[in-house]
Design a protein around this ligand. Structure first.
Ligand SMILES: Cc1ncc(COP(=O)(O)O)c(C=O)c1O
Length: 381
């Protein structure tokens, strides 16, 4: 292993302004899972993405859980979810005792395939058991091609939960990622484009829904002098200290997107002449936030994704395989899966088998980006 400074996939990048909000929390002794930073963070997100209401939570996972609970998902219900994602997208389906059905990616965007979605709907309709929700994931910072998916969901009258954990700041046809479904969720986990160390946000234009979820997520305390509970509660709020970090981070979100885009463009330019490497496709319908720069290596190449990961690792550089699709995860493989192409290997598996997420850390210097590029180029020479 090299002794040089580690280059990360995507690590927290503080701008310094966070400290002012944290200091305010300390000075006012608002060290609690609510407070002025939490309220302001919610308001700032609603203004940024153009949505009526938001509730700040302890994680993106909690946000998905609360959206499912609000939509009445319970034991025996079916929920559709993108297969090519992180397990947190679908784990809350299991929390509520429901059954996930996984939907393949389309090759154009790597996100949910409308073709596979329609097949799943048709089968479920025949069986007399439509899903109660569809969780559409925006992978690596790029929105799914939502119009086609929404059209299908509208035919069957099933709401979309947009998992925009990775795509805060991205747009789809000019509209902000996370605001295209009935609910949208963001994650502020340490590796995301902005972070609160850990945290999440649920957004919706349905203000009553957000109010109800805020109540559940704050331990479902009835209005009474004593502790009284008429419903099951959750301890899912974010702390006022962490929301302060989020407020500072929001100020530099645009800057972070520009930095991520530059990293992507540098890779794209550098690998342009390597026939065996393809960048994650960028679709013309919107602007991604370029959270992670991912590539695929052509099947016939002698260089495999693992060779790239190991060569970078040897130089103390972090990279990562593409998310392993949910339908081939040991825990989830017993659930149904609908593929994009009939009778062929799924698109999600193909991307997983041939893909790598490259270092996309906004703190990388040009020299460090060039180092990553030159290590990869050497493998293909
Ligand atoms: C696609 C996706 N969904 C959900 C989550 C869950 O977010 P959190 O880690 O904030 O619970 C993440 C990231 O962690 C994610 O990448």
């Amino acid at each position: 292993m090299s002794n040089s400074k580690r280059i990360y996939l995507s690590s927290p990048h503080m701008c310094g302004l966070e400290e002012q909000f944290i200091r305010e929390a300390f000075n006012s002794n608002w060290i609690a899972p609510l407070g002025p930073n939490v309220d302001a963070f919610e308001k700032e997100i609603t203004e940024l993405v153009g949505v009526k209401a938001a509730v700040a939570l302890s994680s993106g996972t909690a946000a998905i859980h609360m959206a499912l609970k609000y939509l009445g998902i319970r034991r025996g219900d079916v929920v559709f979810c993108s297969s090519l994602t992180f397990a947190a997208s679908c784990n809350p389906i299991i929390y509520e005792g429901a059954t996930p059905v996984f939907i393949d990616s389309e090759p154009e965007s790597w996100n949910m395939s409308p073709k596979a979605l329609l097949k799943a709907f048709i089968d479920c309709k025949k069986e007399g058991k439509l899903p109660k929700a569809v969780i559409v994931v925006n992978l690596y910072g790029q929105s799914a091609d939502v119009d086609g998916l929404r059209e299908i969901c509208e035919i069957f009258k099933v709401p979309i939960i947009e998992d925009a954990a990775e795509s805060l700041g991205a747009t789809y046809k000019g509209i902000c990622s996370g605001t295209l479904g009935r609910f949208g969720i963001y994650s502020f986990n340490g590796n995301k484009i902005i972070t609160t160390s850990g945290g999440g946000m649920l957004v919706s234009n349905d203000e009553d829904a957000i109010d109800k979820i805020r109540f559940w997520a704050t331990q479902a305390r009835d209005e009474a002098r004593h502790y009284q509970h008429s419903e099951l509660g959750y301890n899912y709020r974010i702390s006022n200290v962490l929301a302060g970090i989020g407020r500072g981070q929001l100020i530099v979100l645009k800057e972070r997107i520009c930095q991520k885009k530059k990293i992507f463009n540098d890779y794209q330019k550098a690998f342009n002449d390597i026939e065996e490497i393809e960048m994650i496709p960028i679709c013309g319908y919107g602007d991604p936030n370029y959270w992670l720069s991912a590539i695929t290596v052509k099947e016939e190449s002698n260089v495999k994704p693992i060779d790239i990961i190991l060569a970078l690792d040897k130089e103390n550089i972090e990279s990562r395989p593409i998310w392993k699709p949910m339908h081939i995860q040991p825990y989830y493989q017993k659930y149904r899966f609908y593929s994009h192409n009939d009778g062929e290997a799924s698109i999600a598996e193909d991307i997983f088998n041939r893909g790598v997420c490259l270092p996309s850390d906004t703190k990388m210097t040009d020299e460090e980006i060039n180092k990553v590029i030159s290590i990869i180029k050497q493998l293909f020479n």
